[in-house]
Design a protein around this ligand. Structure first.
Ligand code: NAD
Length: 479
């Protein structure tokens, strides 16, 4: 049984209370280990260690910080197999997804921001009587709180820019998938990161997470997770004017026009629907298809979805693994029931998958396609975040846009068309932060990432992230 402890001041330490939570393996449903259940005193210890490390870390030359962050990127790649196995076992995602997407991207996050910090610059403004320049200074100690769907990928997506900008970090991965974040401590030590620069705490959101958000010496919170928790964090942080970046839920539309490259669209739409069991905030869960293409698409899409192999996540041939927890498994199945009650027709899937042998108790759900639901119903308005998509026809571009924007969320949208004018019209009028055209999840880490409406506030990625993790100060000198 694995015991996961906090990483504070460069060392693994037990929680002050001595209490632990159970960690479960989604592929078997069994308890796989225990996780530190941290409280306010653990957060206090981490914040103190982080502030003690801040003068040294923020005072380093960019080159020195670069070398350490690059060393962490290399350390992650050096441990690729071990991290991928831990990620797959902890989250239920397939080993192939962990090995080819999650862990390489975690390394890439460090590599990208290690390089970005070397090029980060600020403005100066000149006039005959004065010179003004802008300082961009690290905030001090910041909190980074991440979810379970892309555990190390999203944890590092926050802490890498925070560290690159010269801050020290108190981080909290999801209590549902803590393993890879815990392994990161050793990798940071091996890369020569000074103790206290990165501290990793484990525990429940309303306990550990809330204590980080409430702590007066934590200067900013970068949060990715549910809209519900994001709203709670905003409620606590707003009255003390704490800087906030909130990356929240999504219910993303895919708009498929008859003039698209059909084969590429079909293959990508299967991926954008069911990658990582549909548990990616960017998955397209509402699929709108131009009426004249609808029946053809429906037949081909359902046929391909029925061929997706659901299996043991540790098997490299499995394309879909388990969903992350029992609670989430039950939530997703309850939404499939709701869709039926709302008049939807389940075209394929719609049930749990019974697995043989050791995976018998695991939380597997067949990829599910539903049709016949209006955009206004709960199944199309609320985030399900599992292997479930709805398909519906649209009449024309105006109808497609209306249905796509009829959502409380606004994270991303995907358009499939070869009409250039339509592409630009829709890209500018879709209410979301990210638009993909004839592709999905093609990520350039320099681009701004985030959503509008209930999908959050602020942007991650590139300079946006480094600006978030710094405070600007203007200096004006009379000449
Ligand atoms: P969650 O909100 O339950 O938890 C996310 C993290 O916040 C966890 O570490 C949790 O412990 C912590 N937390 C929970 N309540 C808290 C509180 N009151 N104070 C401080 N911390 C708290 O979300 P989840 O179920 O882990 O993740 C799934 C959600 O994340 C989905 O809604 C998904 O769309 C969203 N998500 C968004 C993005 C994005 O970039 N927009 C990316 C991935 C996931």
């Amino acid at each position: 049984m694995l015991t996961i402890n906090n990483f504070i001041n460069g060392r693994y330490v037990a929680p002050v209370s001595g209490q632990y939570l159970d960690n479960h393996a989604p592929a078997t449903g069994a308890v796989s280990g225990k996780i530190a259940r941290s409280g306010a005193q653990d957060v206090e210890n981490a914040v103190q260690a982080a502030w003690a490390a801040f003068p040294q870390w923020s005072g380093m030359l960019p080159d020195e910080r670069h070398d350490i962050l690059r060393g962490i990127a290399d350390g992650i790649l050096h441990n690729l197999d071990r991290l991928a196995e831990a990620e797959s076992a902890d989250s239920g995602k397939t080993i192939t997804t962990a090995r080819t997407i999650d862990i390489p991207r975690a390394a890439q996050n460090f590599k990208f921001f290690a390089t970005a910090l070397l090029h980060f610059a600020s403005e100066s403004h000149h006039r005959p009587d004065a010179l003004s320049y802008t300082l961009r200074q690290p905030l001090g100690v910041v909190g980074c709180i991440s979810p379970w769907n892309l555990p190390l990928y999203l944890f590092t997506w926050k802490i890498a820019p925070a560290l690159a900008a010269g801050n020290c970090v108190v981080g909290k991965p999801s209590e549902i998938t803590p393993h890879t974040a815990a392994l990161l401590g050793d990798i940071c030590n091996a890369a020569g990161m000074p103790p206290g620069v990165l501290n990793i705490l484990h525990g429940l959101g309303p306990e550990t997470g809330a204590a980080i958000v409430e702590h007066p010496r934590v200067k900013a919170i970068s949060f990715t997770g549910s809209t519900r928790a994001g709203a709670e964090i905003a409620r606590v942080a707003a009255p003390v004017f704490k800087k906030l970046s909130l990356e929240l839920g999504g219910k993303n539309p895919n708009l498929i026009f008859a003039d698209c490259d059909y084969d590429k669209m079909l293959e990508t739409t299967v991926r954008s629907s069911f990658n990582n069991q549909g548990q990616i905030c960017l998955c397209g869960s509402r699929i709108y298809v131009e009426k004249c293409l609808y029946e053809r698409f429906k037949k081909d899409f359902v046929e391909q979805v029925q061929n997706i192999r659901v299996g043991n996540p540790a098997d490299p041939d499995s394309r879909l693994g388990a969903v992350v927890s029992k609670a989430h498994f039950e939530k997703v199945l309850s939404y499939i029931d709701l869709a039926r009650q709302e008049g939807g027709t389940v075209l394929c899937g719609g049930h749990a998958v019974e697995m043989p042998g050791p995976n018998q108790g695991g939380w597997f759900i067949a990829p599910t396609v539903i049709e016949g639901l209006p955009t206004s119903c709960r199944s199309n308005q609320e985030e399900i975040f599992g292997p479930v998509v709805t398909i519906q026809p649209f009449d024309d571009e105006a109808d497609a846009l209306l249905q796509a924007n009829d959502s409380p969320y606004g994270l991303s949208a995907t358009i499939w068309t070869n009409d250039l004018n339509r592409t630009h019209r829709l890209a500018s009028t879709l209410q979301c932060g990210i638009v993909w055209v004839n592709t999905w999840m093609l990520r350039d880490l320099r681009t701004p990432f985030g959503g509008v409406k209930n999908s959050g506030m602020g942007r991650e990625g590139g300079w946006e992230a480094l600006r978030f993790f710094t405070e600007t100060k203007n200096v004006t000198i009379a000449l």
